[in-house]
Design a protein around this ligand. Structure first.
Ligand code: ZN
Ligand code: ZN
Length: 168
């Protein structure tokens, strides 16, 4: 993906209260730190405030991750609200991270978008709600078939099996 870099110099030199809309139609690409997206789409409105540009908008994306049970790759679509502030001049407060507009009037959105995506990604993404996961003995993907290992039955299924036995 090309850098998510947008020219906002006109807004920086505009009066407080001025607005600008960035239309995002990007991807596929790699945002770093393992965040790979098929696309990034949406609109971000920027408002010039006293010391910052205030950004807000709704972004749709689809990331690549892996199933928490079977570890197969999964494409996970999501829509999230993007809210961020970009200082007009760099600020230095120890221990805090701030985003700023570059001196030559550009906004870099890769890091803040990546942060929003990570915050909006569930800890456990599944390839499908009933994913059977991997065999704890041999590692076989049980969605693809039984492996033949003898496994301790899941107590939920054990109860069901007992019930079936009675009915026979
Ligand atoms: Zn799975
Ligand atoms: Zn097995």
């Amino acid at each position: 993906m090309k850098m998510l870099r947008y020219r906002v110099g006109a807004l920086v030199s505009a009066p407080v209260g001025s607005r600008m809309v960035l239309a995002l139609e990007e991807g596929p690409g790699d945002l770093g730190y393992g965040v790979e997206v098929d696309y990034l789409r949406g609109e971000i409105e920027l408002v010039r405030s006293d010391r910052r540009l205030l950004a807000s908008g709704t972004i749709a994306t689809q990331i690549h991750t892996q199933c928490a049970r079977c570890l197969e790759p999964v494409a996970f679509p999501m829509t999230f609200e993007f809210e961020e502030a970009f200082f007009l001049s760099p600020v230095d407060i120890p221990g805090e991270t701030f985003y700023a507009v570059t001196d030559d009037g550009y906004l870099f959105l890769t890091a803040p978008l990546r942060e929003h995506i990570l915050l909006n990604t569930p800890l456990r993404v599944l390839c499908r709600p009933d994913c059977r996961g991997l065999c704890p003995e041999c590692g076989q993907n049980l969605n693809e078939g039984e492996c033949g290992c003898v496994r301790e039955p899941d107590p939920r299924w054990a109860a069901l099996a007992a019930f079936r036995l009675q009915g026979e």
